[in-house]
Design a protein around this ligand. Structure first.
Ligand SMILES: [Zn+2]
Length: 224
């Protein structure tokens, strides 16, 4: 049997999924992860986790390569039900090459209470680009969810999906993983802080300075 296409990318993605699972950021088959693959003959290609396969049973060969129409390329499994959201983000954010979507606990607490998380710790602005906004509700798997997620994400690296979960995006999968972990940590800090008097937002001058660092590091300087 020939080796599956994109072997290195498959191994990288499956390692990320296992880390999310071991950190408790995903469970069962909830959440999904994808990578933008090098264009093949000018066509879009993405590698994404399949729909409905629990992470303990998922291996590198079970990941799905899809084209720009989200049609599987040489695979038998069905791509994640949230593929439209991933595709929408990739098309709107040329700087993004990896997406991690989870239903992690504290991000979900914020998402189900429609609680946007203001800049409360410095690394949030440096690595996420500012606040974490909440996208309008969209039924899972629909173009409406994809459009709402893209809009609320803006040029930042994380977004909460109302009544659903969160998405972390970045130029590399390693960075998207760090953002996913950071979002959960920040959400946890914020939820706890709100129970003991309320979080204090960063001063504006710090947010401005850190946002410039974010834009420079992201290659987005001049677009603000
Ligand atoms: Zn989801």
């Amino acid at each position: 049997m020939p080796a599956p296409l994109y072997e290195i990318e498959r191994e990288t993605l499956i390692a990320a999924v296992r880390e999310l699972d071991s950190r408790g950021l995903v469970s069962g088959s909830s959440g999904n992860v994808s990578l933008r693959l090098p264009f093949e003959g000018g066509d879009e290609r993405y590698l994404i986790t399949p729909a409905g396969v629990t992470y303990d049973l998922l291996d590198a060969a079970g990941l799905v390569v899809v084209d720009g129409e989200l049609e599987p390329v040489g695979a038998e499994l069905v791509p994640s039900t949230e593929s439209l959201l991933h595709l929408g983000i990739y098309r709107n954010r040329p700087d993004v090459n990896a997406i991690v979507h989870t239903h992690s606990l504290f991000a979900s607490v914020a998402a189900v209470t429609s609680t946007h998380i203001p800049p409360i710790v410095d690394e949030m602005v440096v690595y996420i680009g500012g606040p974490i906004e909440v996208a309008d509700y969209g039924f899972p798997g629909t173009p409406e969810l994809a459009a709402a997620g893209v809009e609320a994400l803006g040029d930042r690296r994380a977004v909460l999906l109302r009544n659903h979960g969160m998405c972390a995006v970045a130029p590399t999968l390693a960075e998207a993983m760090r953002v996913a972990v950071l979002v959960e940590r920040v959400a946890q800090i914020y939820v706890h802080a709100e129970t003991i008097g309320g979080a204090t937002e960063l001063p504006e001058f710090a947010v401005d300075a850190e946002r410039q660092v974010y834009l420079m590091r992201s290659g987005l300087a001049g677009t603000d």
